[in-house]
Design a protein around this ligand. Structure first.
Ligand code: VGL
Ligand code: ZN
Length: 251
């Protein structure tokens, strides 16, 4: 690790993180690892995406580099909603996208609920907005996993909706990782404060050694306060949160 790979602690609360990265790079045996490329879709990228995340399209370069490296599994996800999905503000009279919230019950356990943000319609099945961006080297992928098909529930995580009791509408990602004896999960893509975060929290909860590359991910809310809060939340959940781009990706 050279000084150029690190960030000053006044910019990021990253001292402990730097030490974890040192440890990772010196671990002699590389365990089976999966790269998860989250929701690099037209609707999440500018200038025309329905829910464009600033800087999202520019992630394709570093992600393509990562996809050239040697991972046991390289998996992309796509948000894939029916036109009447519950997360669309248009489904709720008077609701405003980005500011209104809606509380969703677990279809199999009304006692378990989750309050989520409402959005402009995005990644609708059969539309161009749902497709992966053309800049992404899709031929390097082993699998593509779709999520968010059940109109009743929000489903940020690549594993499935944010319900744990019982888990419902799961995507099969966990089984896929276990079939390949994956120990380590590395996560990049969009959006850092929604699908990337929830995927990382689930992966850590399920026992995978989980890293989010914050510089290869962009948030809907890119304020410094939000980025610091995201770093803290993921760090406290046991996610390794890297603030620099590794040069030796999957090696
Ligand atoms: C996402 C908002 C709504 C994401 C998906 O991919 O982060 N964000 N649906
Ligand atoms: Zn969505």
């Amino acid at each position: 690790v050279t000084p150029a790979d690190t960030t000053t602690s006044s910019e990021w609360p990253g001292v402990a993180l730097y030490q974890q990265e040192m440890y990772r790079e010196e671990t002699p045996v590389k365990e089976p690892a999966a790269l998860l490329v989250i929701d690099m879709q037209n609707d999440f990228c500018g200038p025309h995406g329905a829910l464009a995340v600033q800087g999202g399209r520019e992630l394709a370069g570093p992600i393509n580099e990562a996809l050239s490296d040697n991972w046991t599994l390289k998996i992309a996800t796509r948000d894939y909603h029916p036109a009447d999905h519950v997360s669309f503000a248009t489904q709720h009279p008077g609701a405003q996208p980005f500011t209104s919230t809606h509380t969703i019950a677990n279809p199999h356990n009304p006692n378990e609920t989750q309050t989520t943000t409402l959005w402009p319609p995005h990644c609708v099945q059969g539309t161009d907005g749902y497709e992966l961006i053309s800049e992404l080297d899709v031929w390097k992928l082993h699998y593509i996993i779709d999520k968010g098909m059940d109109k009743r529930v929000e489903s940020y995580s690549a594993f499935g909706p944010p319900f744990t009791n019982p888990e419902v509408c799961m995507t099969g990602l966990e089984d896929l990782l276990r079939e390949h004896d994956i120990v380590e999960v590395d996560i990049v893509g969009l959006a850092l404060d929604y699908c990337v975060k929830h995927t990382a929290l689930d992966a850590a909860r399920k026992g995978f050694k989980t890293t989010v590359y914050m510089n290869v991910s962009m948030a809907v809310d890119q304020s410094k306060a939000n980025l610091a809060a995201l770093w803290k939340e993921m760090h406290e959940a046991g996610v390794l949160v890297s603030v620099h781009r590794p040069t030796n990706w999957g090696d």
